[in-house]
Design a binder for this molecule. Structure first.
Ligand code: TTP
Ligand code: MG
Length: 396
């Protein structure tokens, strides 16, 4: 039986601001766009629990937040700081297990099955992690402890902030019984409506349905719902371990020799690779370029950096260098690929200026990743990559 933890920081950005500005504590703090007295554009990143009592929440237009809570303290996000804190929190996770799967800047799954001999059982480890985060970062986290990811993720959310909810293996159905079906992973608004029409409002209601009936009604998803309703989820915690390289390729619809389009494609591929790296919590050192001409002759070139990186900019500037050195101008290209390997972590390396700049760019990447996750994959494509999209669309 696995022991899985889901750890999620409480009101993450806002809590960091309250920690660093004692005068903000106990007050409604709203991190996000400038409200400009109610006429501001942009959205709320997050807000303190005090602000949530006014109805303010993440992704709400900042103008609406201002209406609900004009007396709030409005703070612009400090991405660099939050990323640093995030890194330190993940270091705490790694003190307890290598099996850490980052989900976002402030949450992760941890498989602590093998850590129990050293650190105690699941709930004890959860308590220790919370304590370490409080001592080291002066912040609170909420933790769910359960036999699988699905249950752990629900559990961490139930007693926020500063929660610790344990789902023991023999109490799974009891735990799920009264939970609303909105907690059913994979059930969108429409599915929820359909379920409610059938009189299914809680996960317990759903669990009362036989597997066959759910299969009939929902096809493949029916089986999935059946499993979740009974708290069954076999997904493993995917740590960064074992991954040797990350790469993406693009094959052109028609062979391409326009250098600006080729470069823009490399940028878009770098963005994809960078995004995947950061999602997996990986940093690599060797950047790869793959280039296939129209006659299928293929070259691969790589360059090893003097430091590990997960930055889109760093990937792109390196791959661009490789491209400029190796591309025979004017020849038509069929396929381009960008990749990175030699994963590791920066430990005792001196912080060179170069690297400092790279880190700063990483903050931007991380914020863009959050946006991407919230608002769809295409929202923050850099301008150049956007241009290529437009151009391709026109072509069609
Ligand atoms: P969440 O963990 O979703 O939210 P939270 O930590 O602020 O609050 P909770 O106690 O409910 O977990 O997101 C983590 C951070 O990601 C959050 O502090 C700010 C950022 N974020 C955005 O910038 N935009 C968003 O729409 C969301 C949901 C989060
Ligand atoms: Mg959180």
């Amino acid at each position: 039986m696995r022991v899985i933890l889901h750890v999620d920081m409480d009101a993450f950005f806002a809590s960091v601001e309250q920690r660093d500005h004692p005068e903000y504590r106990g007050k409604p703090v709203i991190v996000g766009a400038d409200p400009k007295g109610g006429r501001g554009r942009g959205v709320v990143s997050t807000c303190s629990y005090e602000a949530r009592t006014f109805g303010v929440h993440s992704a709400m237009p900042i103008s609406k937040a201002y209406k609900l809570c004009p007396q709030g303290i409005y703070v612009p996000p400090n991405g660099r700081l939050y990323s640093q804190v995030s890194k330190e929190i993940f270091e705490i996770f790694y003190e307890f297990t290598d099996l850490v799967e980052p989900l976002s800047i402030d949450e992760a799954f941890l498989d602590v099955t093998g850590s129990q001999k050293l650190f105690g059982n699941g709930p004890e480890i959860a308590g220790k992690i919370k304590k370490r985060i409080l001592e080291k970062e002066h912040l609170t986290a909420s933790v769910g402890v359960a036999p699988n990811k699905y249950l752990a993720k629900i559990a961490s959310d139930l007693e926020k902030p500063d929660g610790l909810v344990v789902v023991s293996a023999d109490k799974v159905e009891e735990f799920l019984q009264s939970l609303d079906i909105s907690r059913l992973w994979g059930a969108g608004q429409r599915t929820q409506q359909t379920l409610r029409k059938l009189g299914i409002h809680t996960i317990g209601d759903l669990a009362a349905y036989p597997r066959d009936v759910l299969k009939q009604k929902f096809g493949k998803m029916g089986d999935h719902f059946y499993r979740l309703a009974h708290g069954i989820d076999d997904r493993a915690v995917h740590s960064a371990e074992g991954v040797k390289s990350v790469s993406n390729e693009h094959t052109f619809g028609s062979d391409e020799a326009d250098e600006s389009i080729l470069l823009q494609t490399l940028l878009r591929l770098s963005e994809k690779v960078g995004y995947r790296l950061r999602k997996k919590g990986l940093q690599g050192k060797t950047v790869h370029l793959k280039l296939r001409y129209e006659n299928f002759s293929t070259i691969t070139r790589n360059k090893t950096l003097d430091h590990y990186t997960d930055s889109t900019e760093m990937l792109y500037s390196t791959v661009r260098l490789l491209f400029r050195k190796n591309y025979q101008k004017g020849r038509k290209i069929r396929l381009l690929g960008v990749g990175i390997s030699s994963f590791g972590r920066q430990e005792n390396q001196q912080l060179t200026l170069f690297r400092a700049a790279d880190e700063q760019r990483s903050e931007l990447d991380r914020l863009q990743d959050i946006l991407k996750e919230r608002f769809g994959k295409n929202i923050t494509a850099r301008a150049e990559a956007l241009a290529v999209n437009q151009k391709n669309k026109k072509k069609k």
